[in-house]
Structure formats: C-alpha cells, structure tokens
Design a protein around this ligand. Structure first.
Ligand code: DGL
Length: 259
C-alpha cells in the first residue's frame, strides 16, 4: 500500500498523479484536518504531528510514505526518514526547474509561511536559484478556501488576485506552486497570468519518483486495488463531499482519532 498524508485535502493533487501513474496500487490517504493548517505552526509541532501520522500509516502496512505536503516535508522529512523504516518521498517547491527555465531571470515561489521561512527552502534557493531572483509570496487564505470547497467563489478569486495581480508587474516568467493545495486554484491563477507565466506543479515528478522507488525496492502491489480516505476530523462529511470535486469521484471517508 502507498500511504500519503497532508494537513488536509491539498495532497489530493499528488494523489491524482500517483493514482494515474500506479493504477494497480492500493493507496491510503490521510487528511490531518484536525490540525489543518500546518502553515502557521512551529517546526517542533509539525515534526511531532508528522511522526504521529507517519507511525500510524506505517502500522497500516505502508510500503512507502508520500509526505504530500510541502510544509510537513520542509519541517519533518528528516525526522520521518530517521524513524520510519520505509522509503519516504517528500514534496518541495520546484525552484530548481523554474529557475533553470527562466528567461527573465525572475521567478516566484508561492507557499505557506512555514515553508517560505524554512531552512530547506533557503537551501534550495542557495543551491539552485543562481542569478535568478526568486520572489517569495504566501498564498494568504488559499488553503482555507480549498478546504472549504470554494475553488471558484468571489472570496477565493479575491484572495488569489491579491497575491497574483502584484506579481504581474514583476517581470517573472515562472511560478513554482510550493503548497499542494494551490494546484486546485491553478485555473484562477491562469486566468490572471495568461500564457505569459508558466506554473510548476510537482505532482507528476512525485508520481514518477514513487514509481521508481517502488521498483528499486522490488515492492509489488499486493492486495485489492483499494483506496482508503481518512480524516482526523470527527466529521467525515466535508471531506466526502469534496472528493468528487478534487479527484473526480466520490468515496467513503473514515474518521480517525489520533490523539
Ligand atoms: N498542503 C500543505 C503544503 O503543501 C500546507 C497546507 C497547510 O498550511 O496546512 O504546504
């Protein structure tokens, strides 16, 4: 089984790509909605929570864990690798390919405050940005809009415009989407940027990485092709009602008390 987690529903943008690449594998997706959003929390809190979620998923016989959350990856992927004896795939903002492809020498990375302030993102910038100027902007309120199922409401449009509109004056040619919730807002971002600015969503690269790691480890897709969706929120209805919108079909959702 492939296990994945995010603070909420954003990691479903990674789920879609992994499922399309590995359609025979069972996947268990855990949305830690009782703790969402992670973006305003401290590194210590995010590490403790990620370990708790990771240990639970490992106990469910995961062959591999995808940390489908940039915020949890930047804070906790090292701790997860230290404590769990399975391959772990993290998600990072695609600063390297965006900087390499830039012709204007200016790009933007959109992510949560915690991700933007992390040492890991600073290390990515030091290593891969080179001469390229990277504007760092938080998508203020974007995670909340996706969690609420408001992918196209007036408030969501206003929150997207507040971040993207000023970037249109900055001569950037690439935007790295550094939060797994943000690809669900790509249609609204594109309406503002047009074709002038390319958006980088790392989901397909992550799916290829998962595929190659499973092959390297000689893991087989055992068991039925079954999907599990788990939320740590007591009420499963909000997540269940969002699945058709986010992954194209409905599914039962289980509630898990991880306290
Ligand atoms: N989806 C998560 C990410 O990729 C973060 C959302 C949150 O702040 O909890 O960073």
């Amino acid at each position: 089984m492939i296990a994945m987690f995010d603070s909420g529903l954003g990691g479903l943008s990674i789920w879609r790509a992994v499922q399309a690449t590995l359609p025979d594998w069972p996947i268990t997706y855990l949305a830690d909605q009782a703790y969402c959003p992670y973006g305003g929390r401290s590194k210590v809190e995010i590490i403790a929570r990620s370990l708790k979620v990771g240990r639970y998923l490992h106990s469910q016989s995961a062959s591999l864990l995808v940390v489908a959350c940039n915020t949890a990856t930047t804070a906790a992927v090292a701790a997860l690798r230290q404590h769990l004896p399975i391959p772990i795939v993290g998600v990072e903002p695609a600063i390297k390919p965006a900087a390499a492809a830039s012709r204007t020498g200016r790009i933007a990375v959109l992510a949560t405050q915690a991700t933007l302030a992390s040492e890991r993102v600073q290390a990515l910038l030091d290593k891969h940005a080179g001469e390229v100027e990277v504007l760092r902007r938080p998508g203020v309120g974007w995670v909340e809009q996706v969690e609420a199922g408001e992918l196209d409401s007036a408030l969501t449009r206003a929150r997207v415009a507040a971040v993207v509109q000023p970037l249109l004056q900055e001569n950037i040619d690439h935007i790295a989407l550094g939060c797994t919730h943000y690809p669900f807002l790509s249609p609204l971002i594109r309406e503002l940027t047009g074709e002038q600015i390319a958006l980088y969503d790392p989901a397909e690269a992550i799916a290829r990485r998962v595929d190659s790691l499973l092959q390297q480890h000689g893991s087989d897709s055992i068991g039925d092709r079954c999907y599990r969706f788990i939320t740590t929120a007591p009420d499963t209805q909000p997540m269940a009602s969002m699945l058709p919108l986010l992954i194209g079909h409905g599914h039962a959702v289980e509630s898990l008390n991880l306290e």
